[in-house]
Ligand binder design. Structure first.
Ligand SMILES: N=CN[C@@H](CCC(=O)O)C(=O)O
Ligand SMILES: [Zn+2]
Length: 425
């Protein structure tokens, strides 16, 4: 039996972000949220069926109002379900000890080079059972959902050996099947050089290329292939090889670029035709220009800069230069242990000079483009999946103005109410 239709009425602002399904929004387009005042929405069979003013929808479906669930959005805003296009969702343990070390002056790379950082989480993730990983990651997804997030990208990369990389991707697959949030998978075997290959990193690169990537493709474990291109991790040359090899198996390139130092990662993203380049704190002017030319999406992670007490990426400049920008939590245990995408939007405004409207575009339609889902999600348009969030603020600017708060009131996923009054149903 199909679910009851849902009629959302009287949304103070129905923020559709419509019109960007073919290409991500850039420059001024990112400021245009295509808002319907006193908005109405008809949802049925998991899909958005009609969008307009309350009056329009009410008269169109007047003979069916009795059979529908009516949601009164008076005084609230309604927007597309938020999309997080960059997370390290599946991992074991936490690293508050490193947080303490950094507050005492140690740097992220020093900790990593001394066997902590990604290596510490790798040890914990290798040791965790499949069930433990599943349950820790599920709790994080529940928290994402309570913050209005309906789709999440999830990377492997805390295995650095085949069995654990596979375990992480299989956990992500099972979560996609069982949890209401959609989980999109990225292989990131090249997240760090494991300790036993420290003297011979090229051999590890060979293993990623010749042994892991073919297996990822054969077992259909991921859609994207990511690499941490950073001085002391993988060089641009090694990263290029890994991303090009992934392409031959149909894996779409993504890249962790220019996070700690300028390293021509943004330039490499443009060269290999990556769908997105992430972090970009230290991306060069030339790299930004090349990304704009090739329409590589800049996935910016201001929570990471905040937590590492580093200068944020130049989000304002990137948008002004024509880079389509998306935002993400980077949820991971070392550099950004949060699931609050709304807080990331606050930071984008306060630390990168983005406007509240640009921040919403960056967490909806542009984020959908960054994970190749723009035809299905990311905007409120007829025919798209009914992934919808209602926030308890009267206008979209208050989402960023009342910073650090969770305004999520209701979440509808695939046409079903899954969060009500801020609580999971
Ligand atoms: N910078 C590389 N990878 C992750 C952090 C991983 C970790 O510290 O555990 C990131 O995107 O921030
Ligand atoms: Zn990351």
């Amino acid at each position: 039996m199909s679910d009851k239709p849902i009629f959302i009425k009287h949304a103070n602002e129905l923020i559709t972000v419509a019109g960007g399904s073919d290409k991500p929004f850039k420059r001024e387009e990112m400021n245009n949220l295509r808002i319907v005042k006193d908005g109405g929405l008809w949802i049925e069979n998991g899909q958005i069926i009609a969008v307009g003013t309350t009056e329009e929808i009410q008269s169109k479906y007047s003979d069916r109002l009795n059979e529908s669930i009516i949601v009164n959005a008076t005084g609230k805003i309604v927007l597309p379900g938020l999309i997080d296009p960059h997370t390290h969702l599946v991992y074991a343990g936490s690293r508050e000890n490193e947080f303490n070390m950094r507050l005492n002056g140690a740097t992220y790379m020093e900790i990593m080079n001394n066997g902590g950082g990604i290596h510490a989480t790798t040890t914990r993730t290798r040791a965790a059972s499949y069930e433990e990983l599943l349950s820790e990651s599920k709790a994080r997804l529940d928290s994402f959902l309570k913050h209005g997030v309906t789709t999440v990208e999830a990377k492997s990369g805390y295995g650095l050996d085949w069995d654990t990389e596979k375990k992480q991707l299989e956990v992500a697959k099972q979560l996609n099947e069982e949890h209401v949030i959609d989980v999109v998978r990225t292989f990131m075997g090249a997240h760090a050089v494991p300790a036993n290959y420290k003297e011979n990193p090229d051999e590890f690169v060979r293993i990623v290329i010749e042994e892991m990537l073919p297996q990822v493709a054969k077992e259909n474990l991921a859609e994207f292939n990511d690499v941490f291109c950073e001085r002391g991790v993988f060089t641009p040359e090694q990263s290029r090889k890994i991303l090009e090899a992934g392409k031959t198996y149909g894996l779409i390139p993504k890249i962790h670029a220019d996070e700690i130092e300028p390293y021509e990662g943004a330039e490499l993203a443009a060269e290999v035709g990556a769908i997105s380049a992430e972090h970009l704190l230290r991306a060069s002017d030339n790299g930004i220009k090349k990304m704009a030319e090739k329409e590589v999406i800049g996935v910016l992670l201001p929570g990471t800069a905040f937590f590492l007490m580093a200068e944020s990426a130049r989000g304002r400049k990137m948008i002004d230069e024509g880079v389509p920008v998306a935002l993400s939590t980077d949820c991971n245990p070392g550099s950004s242990p949060t699931t609050s995408l709304p807080f990331i939007m606050n930071l984008a405004c306060m630390k990168m000079g983005m406007t509240p409207a640009e921040a919403i575009t960056a967490c909806t339609i542009n984020a959908a483009h960054a994970i190749n889902r723009s035809k299905e999600i990311g905007s409120i348009e007829v025919g798209k999946k009914a992934d919808i969030v209602m926030m308890n603020v009267p206008n979209y600017m208050q989402l960023q103005y009342h910073y650090g708060m969770n305004h999520t009131d209701m979440v509808i996923k695939n046409g079903k109410i899954v969060v009500e009054s801020g609580q999971l149903c």
